[in-house]
Design a protein around this ligand. Structure first.
Ligand code: M6R
Length: 366
């Protein structure tokens, strides 16, 4: 049932070219430059005219929500907030009729997320579910939405479910942006095309497994780690840190790279590995200077970069160079090496990567 892999986590990481393809299939037509998601077509005007979008989720799904916030605000120009379900449900939040609530959940059974969206629905919001498990509670509460089509995820760590969420959210954002005319035809066409190349690029990253395993070997004895990224890659830094802590029990923190000066930099010494998500985007020069600041304090720098980057390898102790894509789409690729890194570090430390201690696959109690 593990299809020849040692663990479900590894199997699910390696399934991603296919699961992302399955999510895009029948929805994205890159040749024509069109996106059609049956679950949202009927609500296209409501979504496009929503005064506000509130995204509600927990854990890794919340990280997908943060990325969606950046993408939707950039492309659709609709204000977005992202909330932890557990906070939203108890804090008497302001919800107006017509607000669009996006619930993101692999299982569709996360207790806090269910209650949060039920409350918002009572207040007149429209609920859109981005869910993996077909027929789950959240999918039933939602009026509109899209399944991620990642197939059953057994490993407690969310891997293929996360990239499925990103693929679905990206398609929805680009579709709405196109509908609202907040991006040009050319930009829309380009984004559709880049999205269609993702499965093949993920495949190429997976072929770097041995190289990533060798980097993992150098990190396995760390007691603390810091993950840094900016812009679309800030949530990827958070996700890299969450993955590492749940799989290897190494203390990991994720931060927006520029925030390190406001506290975390005090932790930096020769014993602290800092993992940068530093692929090419508008922040590239800035993140390189953040890297130099870590090196100046003797920190060890590991960087996820793009192929062809000749500057970062001169600064970092180790780099993992992956294929380039549009900066908006990059998070879906950039998370893959971090998933593999956590997996190999967890295995090297003798951890039960499929079932980490104290965790449950779906958190059905608050
Ligand atoms: O099923 P959900 O997506 O609602 O689950 C949310 C979180 O419990 C989940 O993402 C959790 O953080 C994962 N273990 C992370 O790998």
């Amino acid at each position: 049932e593990k299809g020849g892999y040692d663990h479900f986590m590894l199997k699910e990481i390696f399934e991603q070219p296919k699961t992302i393809y399955d999510c895009l299939r029948g929805r994205l037509n890159a040749e024509k430059g069109s996106i059609n998601i049956s679950g949202i077509e009927d609500y296209l005007d409501e979504i496009s005219n929503a005064p506000r979008i509130i995204i509600i989720a927990c854990g890794t799904s919340w990280h997908a929500g943060l990325i969606a916030e950046y993408i939707i605000e950039e492309t659709c120009r609709i204000p977005v907030e992202v909330e932890y379900a557990s906070e939203f449900r108890y804090r008497n939040p302001i919800v107006h009729k017509g607000d669009m609530i996006v619930a993101i959940s692999q299982s569709g059974e996360t207790a806090d997320t269910i209650v949060a969206i039920e409350k918002a629905k009572e207040q007149g919001a429209i609920i859109m579910g981005i869910v993996n498990v077909v027929g789950s509670s959240i999918s039933r509460i939602s009026q509109t939405g899209a399944y991620t089509h990642a197939g059953p995820e057994i490993g407690v760590a969310s891997t293929k479910a996360f990239t499925g969420q990103l693929a679905a959210l990206m398609m929805i954002a680009f579709k709405i942006a196109h509908h609202r005319k907040t991006i040009t035809e050319e930009r829309f066409f380009h984004l559709c095309e880049e999205l269609s190349f993702v499965p093949e690029k993920v495949e190429r990253i997976l072929q770097m497994n041995d190289e990533i395993k060798a980097v993992a070997e150098t990190l396995k004895d760390a007691s603390d780690t810091l993950f840094l990224g900016r812009g679309y890659n800030f949530p990827i830094a958070l996700e890299g840190a969450l993955k590492l802590k749940e799989i290897s029990y190494i203390h990991a923190e994720g931060y927006p790279a520029a925030e390190m000066k406001h506290g975390p930099i005090a932790l930096v010494d020769e014993n602290l590995p800092v993992i940068f998500v530093a692929t090419k985007d508008v922040y590239h020069e800035k993140i390189i200077s953040n890297m130099q600041e870590i090196k100046a304090r003797k920190g060890k720098v590991i960087a996820i970069i793009n192929e062809g980057d000749t500057i970062t390898p001169k600064i970092a102790d180790a780099v993992i160079a992956i294929p380039e894509t549009d900066e908006i789409i990059a998070p879906i690729l950039n998370v893959i090496p971090l998933q593999l890194l956590s997996y190999h570090i967890g295995i090297a430390r003798g951890c039960n990567v499929d079932m980490p201690r104290n965790l449950a696959k779906s958190v059905t109690v608050e």
